[in-house]
Design a protein around this ligand. Structure first.
Ligand SMILES: N[C@@H](CCC(=O)N[C@@H](CS)C(=O)NCC(=O)O)C(=O)O
Length: 232
């Protein structure tokens, strides 16, 4: 029979203190790449402290930040336990999955495959679409055509992958956490999610997660999470 001993009470106190202790410093801004990591930290339940790096004001070029993120981009983290500083959202997500043994998907290498697909295709191509379609329309017709086609191709690939599958790699994983914030900019990409039923189902399901809603508003609230059929 288990007894409540003074040792057990002490152990519970230590565990509670550990839960309150900040483990990770997060340097970020409310963009798709930044939200990948704030959403992950919320999902993992890791106590973290947020440091806003205003990339509109050029704070990513400050000497102190460059020591953590030499490529002058958010997100970046510092793990207080090891002192390790890390840049690159994909590497950070793998580090968290590996360190805490969570959200690895059903098969680790499939998770890595879809995470890398996000890092190599989803992010860079959709990011270019934001530049040319949303912020500079009419300036470069070739680029607009090229990136609009790439966005449509990528949405179709993801929709096909999610046909008969809940998530990109078996269970909900870091691959989904990396991809979802980019799809949340579907309006900037001039995409109608209603034309991609599997991707839309996946998107709405993840949007309903409380950890995702908390992570979306880090370091500050900009807008409500866009939902298909609604305009923001
Ligand atoms: N491959 C990087 C991309 C990070 C990235 O592009 N971050 C943007 C914001 S979404 C940034 O910090 N831009 C500032 C700049 O380029 O000066 C990652 O996934 O972490």
């Amino acid at each position: 029979m288990n007894r409540v001993t003074p040792e057990l009470i002490r152990l519970l106190e230590i565990t509670r203190n550990l839960e309150d202790r900040v483990l990770i410093d997060l340097y970020t801004w409310p963009t798709p790449n930044g939200r990948k990591v704030s959403i992950a930290l919320e999902e993992f339940g890791i106590p973290y402290e947020v440091h806003a790096i205003d990339i509109g004001k050029g704070e990513q070029f400050d000497d102190e930040f460059l020591k953590i993120s030499p490529n002058n981009k958010i997100p970046a983290i510092v793990d207080r336990a090891s002192g390790r500083a890390m840049m690159e959202s994909g590497a950070i997500l793998m580090y968290l999955a590996d360190t805490y043994d969570l959200f690895r998907g059903d098969q680790w290498w499939e998770t890595v495959e879809w995470l890398m697909m996000q890092m190599g295709s989803v992010g860079p191509m959709l990011g270019q679409a934001h530049h040319f379609l949303k912020f500079n329309p009419g300036k470069a017709p070739y680029a607009e055509t090229r990136y609009a086609a790439e966005v449509q191709r990528i949405y179709a690939v993801l929709d096909h992958r999610l046909d008969g599958r809940g998530y990109l790699s078996g269970g909900y994983s870091i691959a989904d956490m990396a991809t979802w914030p980019w799809i949340s900019r579907f309006e900037w990409q001039q995409m109608d999610l209603r034309a991609y039923p599997n991707l839309r189902r996946w998107y709405e399901e993840i949007a309903a997660r409380e950890a995702v809603q908390r992570g979306y508003d880090v370091p500050n609230h900009v807008n409500a999470i866009p939902m298909p059929g609604y305009r923001h």
